[in-house]
Ligand binder design. Structure first.
Ligand code: SF4
Length: 374
């Protein structure tokens, strides 16, 4: 059922030329996070999303210190190594200081144009709306310069429908996992979500529809009672960690990854309500540590989300050196402790992780959850 998605994620950079040729669209690299990909599609481009990659870092070291997160460093490495030569440009948001600086470095070293969408963080909602209203036409104009095609209302509506369909299908996949947690292994689940980053959206939509049809008729694996876990962090962990969770029989019921549940919970841009939908695209859905929303207590929302999905424990999988994530973890841990929900933190890298130590810590966590009757 998942072979196509796994195949898509096997060395996706080597397939960029085919993707560009087959789609007939210029490819635009999208860095983390929340840039409305439908805008790129409406401008005649095809968004390709980069959330970091496992590759040896040599060139990036000269420009970004090891104290920067591996997401930013590996994106810079693939650019400097010429692995993204098929791209016609890059888009950034101002999600965190690291990404703001990364964009500045790209301006100096990349041969391709870059565009930044500065997410307004004014605490006054009216100020945010006014700034977003001014930004939308500015960004469309810059995208048109990258792709050579202006954004038209019709193209925007069509792209909104396409990406809106994908969002709804991904939500159905999340709902399927919540209601039948043993049906889909963690490695398979995230392959189905992440293949979205490197496929033509029309094809991805068809593949997701077919997958959901198959899952509806598939039998859930019957197993002894196993503690269900919620995963949290900026990005889904490397495949070997997901395989370990599958092998240890720890079903994942939900997550709040920026490249998973957090994005899936956000609506897509709608030209019928440009500013209102953009506010929701950025600030709606599951809260993100990078985007402060006045009046929203992320810790309370987080604990409620974990409780409602039926998770017995939380596995925090922070990317090494991700400051926004690290700053909020104590308060999230405190909110979970107040509800009696156990949590474990395992720091993530793209480089090969110490499997034996990971396994021991996960087994101990699973035993703790089982013993506590959760
Ligand atoms: S992992 Fe954290 S520090 Fe790195 S780009 Fe993402 S939000 Fe920024």
């Amino acid at each position: 059922m998942f072979a196509f998605f796994h195949e898509t994620l096997k060395d996706p950079l080597s397939r960029l030329a085919d993707l560009r040729r087959n789609s007939g669209r210029p490819l635009i690299g999208v860095t983390p996070a929340y840039f409305p990909r439908e805008w790129i599609h409406a401008a005649g481009g095809l968004p390709v999303s980069f959330w970091g990659a496992a590759l040896p870092l040599s060139r990036a070291d000269a420009l970004l210190p090891p104290s920067c997160c591996p997401v930013s460093r590996s994106i810079l490495e693939i650019e400097l190594a010429g692995l993204t030569a098929e791209l016609s440009g890059w888009v950034f948001t101002s999600l965190c200081d690291t990404l703001v600086n990364l964009r500045e470095i790209f301006r100096g070293v990349s041969l391709r144009p870059t565009l930044v969408f500065p997410i307004p963080l004014a605490s006054d909602p009216d100020c945010r709306r006014a700034r977003l209203a001014a930004l939308i036409p500015e960004v469309f104009e810059k995208l048109a310069r990258m792709t050579g095609k202006a954004v038209t209302p019709d193209a925007l509506a069509a792209a909104g429908r396409l990406y809106g369909d994908i969002r709804m299908l991904q939500r159905r996949l999340y709902e399927t996992r919540r209601s039948r947690p043993r049906l889909i292994g963690a490695r398979d689940f995230y392959a189905a979500i992440q293949a979205d980053f490197f496929l033509d959206p029309a094809e991805y939509r068809l593949r997701l529809e077919a997958l959901l049809d198959e899952l509806a008729n598939a039998a859930e694996q019957k197993e002894l009672r196993a503690p269900q876990i919620f995963l949290s962090g900026m990005i889904a962990p490397p495949a070997d960690v997901l395989v370990l969770l599958d092998r240890l029989g720890m079903p994942v019921v939900d997550d709040d990854f920026a490249n998973g549940g957090r994005s899936v919970s956000r609506p897509v841009f709608s030209p019928e309500d440009p500013v209102g939908s953009l506010v929701q695209t950025l600030f709606g859905g599951r809260p993100c540590p990078c985007l402060h929303v006045p009046g929203i207590d992320r810790a309370a929302v987080f604990a409620a989300t974990v409780r409602e999905c039926g998770a017995h424990g939380v596995l925090f999988l922070p990317v090494r050196c991700c400051e926004p994530d690290a700053f909020e973890r104590p308060v999230l841990n405190a909110a979970l402790a107040a509800e009696g929900i156990p949590a474990l933190t395992l720091e993530m890298e793209f480089e090969s992780l110490p499997q034996e130590s990971l396994r021991s810590r996960l087994e101990a966590f699973r035993d703790l959850l089982e013993e506590s009757g959760r």
